[in-house]
Design a protein around this ligand. Sequence first.
Ligand SMILES: *Cc1c(COP(=O)(O)O)cnc(C)c1O
Length: 480
Amino acid sequence: MSKALRVLPAVDKVLQALQPLAVPRQLAVRVIRRELARLRVETSLASRSDATEARSGSRGADAVWNEVLTRVRAALVRRGRARLQPVINGTGVIIHTNLGRAPLGPAAVAALGRVAENYSSLELDLESGERGGRAACVEENLAVLADAEAATVVNNCAAALVLMLRHFTAGARKEVVISRGELIQIGGGFRIPEILEASGAVLREVGTTNQTSLDDYARGLGAGTALILKVHRSNFHMAGFVASPTTEVLATLARERRIPLVEDLGSGALVTTEDWGLGTHEPTLAQAVAQGVDLVCCSGDKLLGGPQAGIIAGKARLISALKRAPLFRALRCDKLVLAALEATTESYLHALSNGPETVTLGRTIPVLAMLAIPMSHLRERAARLVSALADLPVETVVSQTQGRLGGGALPQSGVESIAVGLRPSTFTVAALATRLRKGSPPVIGHLGGGWLRIDLRTVFESQDTTLAACLRAALGADPP
Ligand SMILES: *Cc1c(COP(=O)(O)O)cnc(C)c1O
């Protein structure tokens, strides 16, 4: 045993030295244990090398004690910062999976709060006094919006996909026919082939990466086919010699062969994306239904702008069957999600009946509101931000940028935006990014071309003053 190892202090002693604690005691104990264990490993590793043996061996108990305190204090600060907390999104990516995707609008937040702090009519039919359907209202809203016979909702789109795959492959037919061009990966760890496998389905690939014909699909169908799956290429774009049958054509084939057709739309818009300044069209739930799919699924927290959820719409007979599946119980949404989704879908229904949509939804669905901010307004806000930093040692530039929708939607259409670029005079842009990220609230920008840029389209206007204060704080003192 090396000398340094022997002088590592006891947990209790460290705990005493840290009083008063900024975190609950049990948590502090755990952090102290972890840091001591790390130090022990490092010391024993170091003692294997002669050169460091000399150094660590000669270190006194005081030096070790100070190092322990410094490390534990830093670990406690890191632990505090690791909390789930609001951040200011200056990335220009509207639906940013790492930043929690869609922020909710005021109506959804209010509904969520009301249901959260009270008992609710979650499974009680207030008309009859009998047990009621858990998500009846939100299901009806979704069915109307998708112009479908029925709809339901589960935890997320991945869950929706698993539920449908399990349902259709529960019998003797196990094969899922899918184009090679749609065997995609979405975000971290979501790969269509792996989801299929995990659902007990057998993958039956047809066509090629860039070309899949109706004939390829037709030849892929057989006695073992459970369903045809169409997956929207949501997060990438293929150009050039590319072709695959439309949903409509595929639906005709599926009907003729009496095989269910399921489409995974991913983002799943409810509005016409072109009306929102997006250059390309994102298919809507209603379109997929109109084109003849049996079931379609999408995420609740992407372009739809609601809480995390997986929405399924289509044939009433199939929706009822999915809801009877034992797996449905394991994938169902909690009441907070249902409350927020009910309010979000109600906003859509109001907007669609009151029109013009862009005005009404621009007030209620933050994701859409961000898309609708005029460039001139972003320029004014950028100018105000720049003047709020005028006395600080920082070079600034206001530039036009291409933000992105993100969240696996419309990868090839940028969202025009305005960013404030920052370049501190006394430290690096990378150091500024770190300081902002560790600030309170954290501000996330993007680095590029020697600037740290804060894109204003994804910053709520109500955050402008806080953003300026965060920037001032980060630019103020010397770097740590
Ligand atoms: C994002 C996405 C999913 C996963 O959605 P979650 O709601 O995150 O589970 C599935 N399929 C496609 C095509 C997607 O774009």
